[in-house]
Design a protein around this ligand. Structure first.
Ligand code: SAH
Length: 383
């Protein structure tokens, strides 16, 4: 069985720890992991793997550094602050790799310098690239320590000439000494400030600070399976919790009565509202709130929901969220998770509170990494 080898050889960024394992073996291990963690609730279905598990990442993040007197960029070496030069990564979209080189070329021609964290001097900190794989639109976000960005117009001109598919360029300002790449403030240097992509037939605008799944092919399979599990009939009142830019709720909207999305990130929730409008969807609303707070309020107000989608971050759902979910007692819950350990914890609480796990579908969203994504269908037991 074939395995792959990273062009950067021994200089590992830590981004693909399973690369040496043949892909079918990776899938076998992930299946086992899903079974070990969730098998007590119900037997997981066979994991959905990729046919061609390379170059699936539609997003790349790199850090600027200085090498041989020139601006360069790359990835932090695992567990350190040393920047490993970006070699043509096997996971990143091929076009994004070309754009990364074009950004470096334009920045070097503008004589930009890399930010030095210790001396607190220099111009460019990080780079975030995204590509809408169906539309071909790309966004380039450069992170600077302050709003000061002399030469930005020339930089945009050079970059746009080399790569006309870069449809938006954003300056993100992050003055803090932090491991977080992005700051809160942004300035659009070119274009709309976000890219468009299509997922399951719907159009989505994606800003640089909003969450968007990085593997387009597998995300479509993930959402389709989640919506299939939901068994929608057109009459449901649906909550899309931790909704990001509204993807799951908007894809399901044609098949339900009403969608209420909730999301904590202000840019993502603005994107979600705009995405509803641009798709002509009138039965979806998106609220900017903590999902646990909103659910608690709804439970107190005696509101009802027929179905809850939840897709929380790695930490899983909050206890307040889960308790409110038990109060709301939605007949069906579809729980998408990127961390089966916290999902197991949350399922333990939900099954003790009256739910039954009916289906578990693992999906390989991140080949060559240790991550496994799982979709779980829960149904309320008859009382
Ligand atoms: N369902 C979306 C996003 C999933 S990622 C998609 O598939 O694209 C998880 C999302 O939860 C992120 O957008 C994050 O900003 C949001 N989030 C994190 N904590 C939250 C909270 N306490 N309440 C609501 N949303 C939260």
């Amino acid at each position: 069985m074939k395995s792959y080898s990273c062009p950067a050889k021994a200089r590992h960024c830590g981004g693909c720890p399973l690369l040496d394992l043949p892909y079918p073996e990776q899938l076998r291990q992930k299946q086992q992991q899903a079974k070990a963690l969730l098998g007590d609730f119900c037997e997981p279905l066979p994991i959905l793997g990729m046919e061609d598990p390379l170059h699936y990442r539609n997003k790349a993040i790199a850090t600027f550094t200085t090498r041989h007197g020139r601006l360069d960029c790359g990835l932090y070496e695992e567990g350190s602050h040393r920047v490993v030069p970006f070699q043509d990564c096997l996971l990143v979209d091929r076009r994004l790799a070309e754009i990364l080189h074009a950004v470096l070329d334009a920045a070097n021609r503008c004589r930009f310098s890399a930010y030095d964290e210790d001396r607190r001097s220099g111009l460019l900190r990080h780079l975030l690239l995204r590509r809408g794989v169906e539309t071909g639109e790309c966004s380039v976000t450069v992170v600077t320590p302050s709003s000061f960005f002399p030469g930005s117009r020339e930089f945009v001109r050079l970059l746009r000439t080399a790569c006309p598919d870069v449809t938006t360029v954003v300056q993100n300002i992050n003055p803090r000494r932090t491991s977080a790449v992005l700051g809160d403030q942004e300035k659009v240097l070119y274009g709309r400030g976000y890219i468009l992509d299509t997922l399951c037939g719907k159009r989505f605008g994606i800003g640089s600070r909003a969450f968007y799944q990085i593997n387009h092919t597998q995300t479509e399979r993930l959402y389709r399976t989640a919506i299939d599990f939901a068994g929608l009939t057109g009459t449901e009142r649906v909550i899309d919790a931790y909704c990001g830019i509204g993807t799951i709720g908007l894809i399901a909207a044609d098949r339900v009565k009403e969608v209420l999305g909730v999301e904590l990130n202000p840019e993502a929730v603005r994107n979600a509202g705009r995405n509803a409008r641009s798709n002509g969807i009138k039965n979806a609303r998106f609220l900017h709130a903590d999902a646990g707070d909103l659910m608690t309020q709804m439970a107190k107000a005696g509101e009802h929901a027929d179905l809850v989608f939840l897709d929380p971050p790695r930490a899983g759902a909050s206890e307040a969220f889960l308790n409110a979910l038990l109060h709301l007692a939605a007949p069906r819950v579809v729980y998408i998770s990127c961390n089966p350990e916290t999902q197991r914890r949350d399922l333990t609480l939900l099954t003790a509170g009256g739910y039954r796990v009916d289906q578990i579908q693992p999906v390989d969203l991140f080949p060559h990494t240790k991550h496994v994504e799982t979709i779980v269908l829960l149904q309320r037991e008859a009382l």
